[in-house]
Every structure is written in C-alpha cells, then in structure tokens.
Design a protein around this ligand. Structure first.
Ligand SMILES: NC(=O)c1ccc[n+]([C@@H]2O[C@H](COP(=O)([O-])OP(=O)(O)OC[C@H]3O[C@@H](n4cnc5c(N)ncnc54)[C@H](O)[C@@H]3O)[C@@H](O)[C@H]2O)c1
Length: 261
C-alpha cells in the first residue's frame, strides 16, 4: 500500500463478509489499517472466528470493529445483519466487501444439483442480495453513495478444470458488478470486482496438498508464486477508497499474469 493512501478510509464504515479466515480476514485488517471502522461478519456457527478478527483489529490496529452473524444465502439473515451493521456505527455504511464464497471441485460430468446450487447460492445469489441490501442503504443515506467490492476470481474470466459451478458463479459476479455499476452510478455507488489467482487459504489448502496440482498452477503464473491474502486486500483497499473515485464497473485481476499469456 502506498503511503499517500494510508488512512484514505479514515472514519469510513466498511462491512466485510466471510471474515473468519483467508482473504476476508486479511482484507478486514487492511481496511482497518487504512482507517475504516469494521463490521466483520461470519456464518453463525463460525462467529467466534469473526470475533477473533474484530479483537485483532482492536488490538493490532487500535481500530473499531464489531462482529455480526450472517449467512448470505438466508435473506432474513441478510436483513438482520444489515440492520445490526447500520446500528453499529451510527447508520452509515460506506464500503461493502462481498467476500464470502466457496467451491465444490467436481468434474463437469460429476456435478450434482446439490453442489451446483450450493456454489451458486453463496457465490452469486448471496453476493447479489447483500449488494442489493447494502446498495439500498447507500442510496438512501446522506450524503448518498459508497463503494462495493465483489471478490470474484480469475475463474470469472478464464476456465479451469473441476470448476463448472465455481467459474459460472464468478463470471456472474464479474458481469453483475458491471450491471450494478451502471444502475447505481447515479447514486454515487461504485461497484467493482477483484479477480485473484490462487491464494493459499483454508479454501484451497487441501487442493495444494496435491503436488501435481500445485505445479500446474505455478506453471501458469508468470510471476511464479501464488497470490497472498495481502495482495488481494491491497486491491480491495484501492477500489474501496478515494484513490479509485473514478473507477467503477472494473474487474481488477490480481493474477500474477495468469490471464496475460
Ligand atoms: N483462495 C483462493 O485461491 C481464491 C482465489 C480467487 C478468489 N477467491 C475468493 O475469495 C473469497 C474468500 O475465499 P478464501 O480463499 O479466503 O476462503 P475461506 O474459506 O478462508 O473464506 C471464505 C469465507 O466465507 C464464509 N462463508 C461461506 N459460506 C458463507 C455463507 N453462506 N454466508 C456467509 N459467509 C460464508 C466462510 O465461513 C469463510 O469465512 C471467496 O469468494 C473465494 O471464492 C479465493
């Protein structure tokens, strides 16, 4: 992160989904370091993980953070979470990071309806209804506006094996970001997507136990390494903050060059 942008989100209220581990946890720390007050959310049965993230923000960044339960596939849970988040810091929500996501790796011939629905429900439907609920708040608050950053994936741009449902969901997230950017620009709401390559997190760690898979992934990344959660978090902070005031409807690849060759 460049010095000029540190604290660029001073006082802003930022909400992040899926903050108990991986990219969501790291992104919460990065937003706090940039000055934001954090609403960190997590599945109800993993709320202790978000509470640990909130405690780390308070201790390490001398920041403000509250943890709220959220299942993005449950519209009642979305509504309750948005209410609680609005109440937490006086009503405003300036930033939403739609990070919650999962993958069920299966060859296309073997994809089950249950797995397809699960992946699409969290990665695309959940992402949309979170954006809709927070977008309405951003539209109605005064001054109106905000920034929504959707964590998509390079798999929203390219295909890869065992990812029929996942790639479909992430391609949907990329193009949905463009639609929302178009519709909501008049309310001063920017909507962008971040498209990371593989990052070692609890989501992918079991996959990287297969050395052939890891070698195939690294061979495709010209920069020669996996992305880190911090690489992704820096891109989110940029898109969320004032440095990206003229950027909307963009899909920012953080892929070490995977899609360039
Ligand atoms: N790890 C990678 O290689 C990689 C690459 C590109 C994009 N991504 C995307 O980044 C995001 C974060 O992934 P990660 O790698 O940090 O994985 P992760 O498993 O560490 O984090 C995902 C988080 O989402 C939460 N979550 C799952 N279902 C939810 C639901 N229904 N409601 C609310 N929260 C829910 C989980 O509890 C978890 O905290 C995902 O959208 C993922 O698709 C990951």
């Amino acid at each position: 992160m460049t010095d000029g942008r540190v604290n660029g989100l001073r006082g802003a209220v930022a909400m992040v989904t899926g903050t108990g581990s991986g990219i969501g946890e790291e992104t919460s720390y990065a937003l706090a370091a940039a000055g934001a007050r954090l609403v960190v959310t997590e599945l109800p049965d993993r709320l202790d993980r978000a509470e640990a993230t909130a405690a780390a923000i308070r201790e390490r960044h001398a920041g403000e953070a509250v943890a709220i339960p959220l299942d993005v596939t449950d519209l009642d849970s979305v509504a309750a979470c948005v209410e609680a988040a609005s109440a937490a810091f006086g009503g405003r929500i300036d930033v939403l990071v739609n990070n919650a996501g999962l993958n069920v790796p299966q060859m296309a011939f073997d994809v089950t309806e249950e797995a397809w629905d699960r992946v699409l429900d969290v990665n695309l439907k959940g992402l949309f209804f979170m954006a809709q609920a927070i977008g309405r708040r951003m539209r109605d608050q005064r001054p109106a506006g905000g920034s929504i950053v959707n964590i998509a994936s390079q798999m929203g741009i390219v295909g890869y094996t065992k990812r029929a449902a996942y790639c479909s969901s992430k391609a949907g997230a990329v193009n949905l970001s463009r639609v929302l950017a178009f519709e909501w620009a008049e309310h001063n709401i920017r909507v962008n997507a971040v498209c990371p390559t593989f990052v070692e997190t609890p989501l992918t760690r079991p996959m990287f136990e297969d050395p052939e898979f890891k070698a195939d992934v690294l061979r495709r990344i010209p920069l020669g390494r996996l992305a880190t959660p911090a690489d992704v978090a820096d891109a989110v902070v940029y898109l969320a903050g004032p440095g990206a005031a003229m950027v909307t409807g963009h899909a920012l690849l953080v892929d070490g060059g995977w899609t360039a060759v």
